[in-house]
Design a protein around this ligand. Structure first.
Ligand code: ASP
Ligand code: MG
Length: 421
């Protein structure tokens, strides 16, 4: 069988861990498999390289940043290949470019547009274990080295699994699988044995860091089964795959899990004249600055007559750009002020099962109220309810939701490693 295994940074944080992972890979190969490994940079290397870059230059050019950051994965790929070779198997490491990962030219956030895995296939045919540096590729147009966004080694792995027709893709990390909430916050979080792509997408899109969002999108589109599991144990993990509840006779859970996200900020535009076209002008200004919006609320202004206040959330990393764009448009649009608040967090309850069940929102809001959590903003979809709360209330809100939907278990989830950075 052909399999792709991806190991995250905390699984290869030092020399000993690299040797441990090498043993695991060799035994997978000895079990009769063709093994392709996608590897992340060791430990917090990517963050450290990023810090270093910022010490050298306040605004490093994205092309050079990509040259720098891709070095992290190259280091771990080469070291892992050495460790495997010492165990009597043969391994060959490849950069993303050598592995045939062809991307768009957007440095720091490139998309995979094609995979030409010729060198991988011939190395496999020669009996080698193939090690691919994750999170990177080469631009089709400029031929420059690109990165696919933070956490994107997962995406490299699933994309390769699809291109190579692998039976499945294993994502090894420092927890036993996907949990009903972050076990670092909810010790009684439960491991989910299997979860559909749609639920997993929603969890990943709303802050669950266990899988990169684009990796789940890719897996869903290409129907790649993904097994999320720990590199520190042999326990079965979580299967992310197509699940047909009707056919299997299993009961679909009402709520699959609770995700949280501390990476957003809230902008409030105060005293917007209550006229047709104001919202269009405001959000055009924001869009022209290339800023993505998440939630939006509009209220009658408390302080200004004939005016509304509009609040929206966005990624903190886009905050400065959005504020600058709004300030520039302030006079033309005619609002009174713009406020920025990054002391917020988003908590989301996710489950395809809620589609056909009334009362989920009421239950969630009741639990938040009982826990003394004030809701700042609300947004819902068919399969998700999200609230924005004060940053200090995020953990309380996650725990309250987890308990309210009966997700708590007796046991304690194990977190094996990692700084959670
Ligand atoms: N090393 C990269 C990062 O830290 C990619 C990855 O680990 O998936 O974002
Ligand atoms: Mg990751």
């Amino acid at each position: 069988m052909r399999v792709v295994q991806k190991f995250g940074g905390s699984s290869v944080a030092d020399a000993e861990s690299i040797k441990r992972v090498a043993r695991r890979i060799v035994s997978a190969q000895a079990g009769g498999n063709e093994v392709v490994v996608v590897i992340s940079a060791m430990g917090d290397t990517t963050d450290e390289l990023m810090d270093l870059a910022l010490q050298v230059s306040p605004e490093p050019r994205p092309r050079e940043l990509d040259m720098l950051l891709t070095a992290g994965e190259r280091i771990s790929a080469a070291l892992l290949a050495m460790a495997i070779n010492d165990l009597g198997a043969t391994a060959r490491s490849f950069t993303g470019s050598q592995a045939g990962v062809i991307t768009t030219g957007t440095h720091g956030d490139a998309r995979i547009i094609d995979i030409t895995p010729g060198r991988i296939v011939s190395a496999l045919a020669e009996g080698d274990v193939v090690i691919v540096a994750g999170f990177q590729g080469v631009s089709q147009t400029t031929k420059d080295v690109t990165t696919l966004g933070r956490g994107a080694s997962d995406t490299t792995a699933v994309a390769l699994a699809a291109a190579l027709g692998a039976a499945y893709c294993e994502i090894y990390s420092d927890v036993d699988g996907v949990f009903t909430a972050d076990p670092r916050i909810v010790p009684g979080a439960r491991q989910i044995p299997q979860i559909g792509y749609e639920d997993m997408l929603e969890l990943a899109a709303n802050g669950a860091k266990i899988l990169h969002l684009r990796c789940v999108e890719y897996a869903r589109r290409e129907h790649v089964p993904v097994h999320v599991r720990s590199s520190f144990s042999d326990l079965p993990g979580t299967w992310v795959k197509d699940i047909d509840y009707e056919e299997s006779g299993m009961e679909q859970p009402l709520i699959e899990g609770i995700a949280h996200d501390r990476s957003e900020a809230k902008i409030t535009i105060v005293g917007v004249p209550d006229r047709v076209g104001e919202a269009a002008d405001i959000f055009s200004a924001v869009a022209d600055a290339d800023v993505n919006i998440d939630m939006i609320v509009q209220n009658v202004s408390r302080e200004h007559e004939q005016a509304t206040d509009i609040s929206f959330t966005l990624a903190q990393t886009d905050g400065a750009r959005a504020i600058a764009a709004l300030r520039e448009a302030q006079e033309r649009i005619g609002f009174v002020d713009v406020l920025y608040d990054d002391q917020v967090g988003k908590v989301s309850v996710v489950g395809v099962g809620m589609r056909s069940h009334p009362g989920v929102t009421a239950r969630f809001f009741r639990a938040l109220a009982d826990a003394g959590v004030n809701i700042g903003m609300i947004s819902t979809s068919e399969i998700r309810i999200s609230v924005v709360v004060d940053i200090k209330d995020v953990e309380t809100a996650v725990r309250a939701g987890h308990t309210a939907f009966g997700l708590d278990s007796e046991g304690e989830a194990v977190v094996y490693a990692g700084t959670g950075r």
